[in-house]
Ligand binder design. Structure first.
Ligand code: FE2
Length: 300
């Protein structure tokens, strides 16, 4: 029984491949030393002489293509852990018509069906959920102490200046073992107390960029992005006060706070250099007042 947050893998079990010339590959696999064990639909399963139900699954394809590897994990709990790693993971399901049976999680549901077309529609990037918001604060340490003392905010990333003084924190909501976004709230030291931006998650990269094109076609200009953050790893697209993002990191109670030096290069690893520069600063409060930026607490 594993006691860490890591998914406990016992062994690698099998691989999936697609081949254009199935007959030729069948011959090769036999010559290579595999033994055909079962056929289901268009899939041909091969075993070795060990106890693993199959080692190689051959499928016809329009290209020769690797379809991924199957890994055996220790327990049902590990399947759930594996599932939590991938935003697009399937539910746990029973393997039917597969040698050996068992239960399975598929991390990606991205396999494109062959003989069909992807036809994306132009339009706004439909928003999935609110992800985070952030405040510029005039007394970073006071603000940091406030949020972490009174709430289950825990820093995922903290950055410090040349003098070693902490100046920004990206905080997640501590939900214990449950995975949650790398940051739900962030604060950084600055001359005026104001909200920086609020951010909304979209479904995938296509959705985000289609939404970006849509806004541009409507005459809007963004202020930063599209790009890839470092802290939190999101693919971002900022429209001054609001942000579209996708593909952010997930953390839980086993994630250690990462500390690093702040630098101009520290905010993105790549960015499309066609945006306007600058955020709208909504300075609602007195310069030296500490305002939490919090409006309400709810229970649904
Ligand atoms: Fe953001």
């Amino acid at each position: 029984m594993s006691t860490t947050s890591k998914t406990s893998i016992l062994r690698v079990a099998h691989v999936y491949y697609k081949h254009k010339n199935v007959a030729k590959q069948q011959q090769f696999l036999a010559d290579f030393g595999f033994i055909e064990t079962e056929r289901h639909g268009s899939k041909i399963y091969y075993r070795g002489y060990g106890s693993e139900p199959f080692l190689y699954c051959l499928e016809p394809g329009i290209e020769d293509e690797f379809g991924g590897a199957g890994l055996v994990v220790e327990s049902l709990e590990d399947l759930e852990k594996a599932r939590a790693i991938f935003p697009t993971a399937s539910e746990v399901y029973d393997l039917v018509n597969v040698p050996g049976g068992g239960k399975c999680v598929t991390p990606q549901q991205k396999n494109r069906p062959v003989n069909s077309f992807q036809r994306f529609q132009k339009g706004p990037a439909t928003v999935h959920k609110m992800g985070h918001f952030g405040m510029c604060v005039t007394d970073f340490q006071k603000a940091y102490d406030f949020y972490t003392k009174h709430f289950n905010f825990v820093a995922s990333d903290v950055q410090y200046d040349e003098a070693g003084t902490d100046i920004s924190a990206f905080m997640h909501i501590d939900l214990g073992e449950e995975f949650t976004d790398h940051h739900t709230f962030f604060i950084f030291q600055g001359p005026k107390s104001h909200v920086h931006h609020s951010s909304f998650e979209v479904h995938d990269f296509d959705t985000e960029v289609i939404g970006h094109d849509w806004l541009r076609a409507k005459g809007y200009r963004n202020c930063w992005g599209v790009g890839r953050h470092i802290m939190g790893s999101q693919i971002f697209d900022y429209w001054f006060i609001v942000e579209h993002y996708v593909d952010g990191d997930q953390v839980n109670c086993h994630t250690k706070t990462n500390r690093s030096a702040a630098s101009p290069d520290g905010l993105h690893v790549w960015e499309m250099l066609n945006s306007l520069s600058g955020f709208v600063e909504y300075t609602k409060y007195n310069d030296n007042a500490f305002d939490t930026g919090l409006k309400s607490f709810m229970i649904y």
